[in-house]
Ligand binder design. Structure first.
Ligand code: MN
Length: 495
């Protein structure tokens, strides 16, 4: 077995790390090696291989020196004689609090398939995110490596961990826009949770993709030539295969018929500017006839997790159906690494080739998001671990324009800013909205135009006597779902 070393962490950086960054990582590495000395993993390798692997994942997704150092130390207080206080003394409060956050998250375990546990876990993760998103990113890297080495665990533990990964960690990675992390976690879990279907789909994909690859490569060559003619700069073109699990989900929708999955093979084109995306789309459609109704413009209308790209399905070389995805470098980076890419951008201003990306990013994207990460950091330094402050901290909306509220059963309802109990009720079900007479938060009645705050548990009171929605609700509801339900119901009543 190949032992991972400090150099492997540095090699995982997309750009050689600066000296100060190297220094803190080196010190953390040395402490981790010392603290875990003599400990072994189930696989038989030295325990320290695990935190090193975690650090490599963190470096590869563009995280900074402190996060990587915390990744190296994440199991030290829990599993070794070295206490958190020593980490704080050696590395300062920020790194110590990251390590502490990961240790605390690690204590939350999903037991069996009890829904309550799963939801409670998810809830705590979401709340922890609000205090320091880096804790969650370290936890995801930790989980990714544990999944890669899951085979060394007993079968019952394999199932529990895989289940937890599929139900809790992959959705969180998705929520953070970390597409690559999500796919890897899903595929690794899928393999343990449903080995038969995993093998079936993987086999099918391998065979089909090999067949399609020829056309993908041909399409790339042809499109590159057209773009060159038109004078559009290409940063990168590539073919991409769908993840096994996402292919499985798609096949399930189509009676397990792989021929009805049109985006099995895709060409990805990365260009400098947003305007180039649309110009490229024109070039693609001029070259290959588009399939009607298959153009998705997530550039103008990003997905809720922030994903941006233009997708179009075309009749490519030999009339074969392929999908083409067009995006800028910044969109690409965000699609792969999600929230982590914000660190990448904010910490890499000095670097040359990234300057280029940064410049192109700046034009199209207000610096707001990067500002927001800075704000989040400052704000994290201000708040302590005190419970009251922790609760108060939830007022600060973590995802701009996003609020997570919970039903008494623990279901999570994702709402826009300033959403009200009426929005919440309609988000659960139209009939619940129509019959709402009141709402309780923490067992206290609140007005129906109350602005829901992140993390609140909301109980909707309904009554059969209520004939339908109130016209006045339209004055304060925020979601289009609530608005359209109310209007439709009022219209029905007038008839
Ligand atoms: Mn660990």
């Amino acid at each position: 077995m190949n032992n991972l070393t400090l150099q492997d962490i540095f090699n995982a950086f997309r750009n050689p790390p600066a000296d100060d960054r190297k220094k803190v990582i080196t010190r953390a590495y040395e402490l981790a090696v010392k603290a875990h000395e003599g400990q072994k993993r189930r696989s038989g390798e030295d325990y320290v291989q695990h935190p090193i692997a975690v650090a490599i994942i963190l470096a590869s997704i563009g995280m900074g020196g402190k996060t990587i150092a915390a990744g190296l130390l994440h199991d030290v207080p829990e599993d070794t004689p070295v206490p958190l206080a020593e980490i704080e003394k050696e590395f300062g409060q920020e790194i110590a609090s990251l390590v502490d956050g990961v240790t605390k998250l690690g204590k939350i375990k999903l037991r069996g398939s009890h829904e309550e546990y799963y939801l409670e876990n998810l809830r705590k993760m979401l709340l922890a995110m609000a205090t320091d998103i880096r804790v969650v990113i370290i936890k995801l890297a930790d989980r990714l490596h544990n999944m890669r080495t899951l085979e060394f665990n007993p079968p019952d533990k394999q199932l529990r961990i895989a289940h937890e990964t599929m139900e809790v960690f992959a959705p969180i990675a998705n929520r953070l826009g970390m597409g690559e992390m999500k796919s890897q976690l899903q595929d690794l879990s899928f393999k343990y949770l449903d080995p038969e279907n995993y093998e079936l789909v993987k086999d099918l994909e391998d065979k089909n993709y090999a067949e399609k690859e020829k056309y993908v490569l041909q399409a790339i060559a042809e499109l590159e030539a057209e773009m060159k003619k038109a004078g559009v700069t290409i940063i990168e073109t590539s073919g991409r295969a769908k993840s096994v699990y996402s292919l499985f989900l798609k096949m399930k929708k189509h009676d397990m018929d792989i021929n009805r999955v049109y985006d099995l093979a895709a060409v990805r084109i990365i260009v400098p500017e947003v305007a180039d995306c649309y110009e490229t789309l024109g070039i693609v459609h001029k070259k290959y006839r588009p399939m009607i109704g298959r153009i998705k413009d997530y550039v103008s209308l990003p997905k809720p997790n922030g994903y941006q790209s233009i997708h179009t399905t075309v009749f490519g070389p030999d009339g074969k159906i392929i999908e083409v995805q067009i995006r800028t470098q910044k969109m690409h980076s965000e699609a792969e690494f999600g929230i982590a890419s914000h660190w990448f951008y904010s910490e890499s201003k000095k670097k040359k080739w990234k300057d280029y990306i940064f410049r192109s990013a700046k034009k199209t994207e207000p610096v707001k998001e990067i500002e927001w990460v800075k704000q989040l950091r400052e704000w994290q330094n201000e708040i302590g671990r005190d419970d009251e402050e922790f609760i108060e901290s939830l007022n600060i909306d973590f995802f701009k324009n996003h609020i997570f509220a919970f039903t008494p059963m623990g279901d999570i309802i994702d709402l826009p800013e300033e959403a009200t109990p009426i929005d919440f009720a309609y988000a659960i079900h139209g009939e619940i909205g129509n019959h709402t007479v009141g709402a309780k938060i923490d067992n206290k009645m609140v007005s129906l135009d109350h602005h829901i705050r992140n993390g609140e548990v909301i109980e909707i009171l309904t009554s059969k006597d209520r004939k339908g929605p109130n016209q006045d609700w339209l004055k304060f509801v925020k979601t289009s779902a609530a608005k359209s339900h109310i209007k439709k119901e009022l219209k029905n009543q007038n008839h």
